[in-house]
Design a protein around this ligand. Structure first.
Ligand SMILES: [Zn+2]
Length: 82
């Protein structure tokens, strides 16, 4: 099934393309080492989860939420440090 989103905000760019229908890729910036790391999340994943940084192995507290058709991911430190 191919479905094109028709919603287009003037001046906006496509934030995300998803060639694979079964998974979404996101780029998050590690709050520890500052590297941009691409992560893969299943389409039905939402809420909070802990995942280790692939670069420095520190734990992220990931928050995933959906706003309309868009998904957003933020990574914060899961060990409570600043
Ligand atoms: Zn890191």
């Amino acid at each position: 099934m191919t479905e094109y989103r028709r919603a287009w905000l003037p001046g906006a760019t496509w934030l995300q393309t998803t060639p694979e229908p079964m998974e979404d890729r996101f780029l998050v910036t590690c709050p520890y080492c500052g590297e941009d790391v691409e992560i893969y999340l299943e389409p039905d994943v939402e809420g909070s989860l802990v995942q280790d940084c692939e670069v420095c192995c520190n734990p992220w507290q990931l928050r995933i939420w959906t706003n309309g058709d868009d998904r957003h991911v933020t990574a914060a430190r899961a060990d409570g440090s600043e």
